[in-house]
Design a protein. Structure first.
Length: 140
């Protein structure tokens, strides 16, 4: 089930509320930025339908972040997101936060998600990767 994708791109502007007392992004906020990018890949409408209709959602099984450079107030980031389906039950997300004009990512992250039902029981991922050329997902 080894499906690999080309990167999706999601832009984030850094606001004052995102920063700590030194004027750089408070490190846990990258979790929010990466989550928003993943939601955009899957489609917010799809995720809402998945929960309301099928009683299924995703949970983080494992997260690993590495911080290389600070990102300051007013800067723009582009979140690059790729994924691969490790099995019927697990999807791996590979993400990077890039500042404009810099030759390396400021932050890299790898997440493993599993699909769970309302009873928190492991379930197969119901999304189907419909088109590798356009990186679209669909429900069955």
């Amino acid at each position: 089930m080894d499906i690999q994708t080309s990167p999706y791109h999601y832009n984030v502007r850094i606001y004052y509320e995102d920063t700590d007392h030194t004027g750089v992004v408070y490190h846990p906020n990258f979790l929010k930025y990466f989550e928003r990018a993943r939601e955009t890949v899957l489609g917010i409408e799809n995720l809402d339908l998945l929960w309301k209709t099928y009683g299924l959602g995703f949970a983080v099984y494992k997260a690993e972040l590495t911080y290389f450079d600070g990102v300051g107030f007013g800067e723009m980031l582009t979140i690059h997101t790729r994924y691969d389906l490790e099995s019927d039950y697990r999807v791996n997300w590979h993400q990077e936060a890039w500042k404009a004009g810099v030759g390396k990512p400021a932050v890299t992250a790898n997440f493993q998600h599993v699909c769970l039902d309302r009873a928190k029981q492991l379930q197969p991922i119901p999304f189907h990767h419909a088109d590798a050329a356009t990186n679209t997902w669909r429900l069955p």
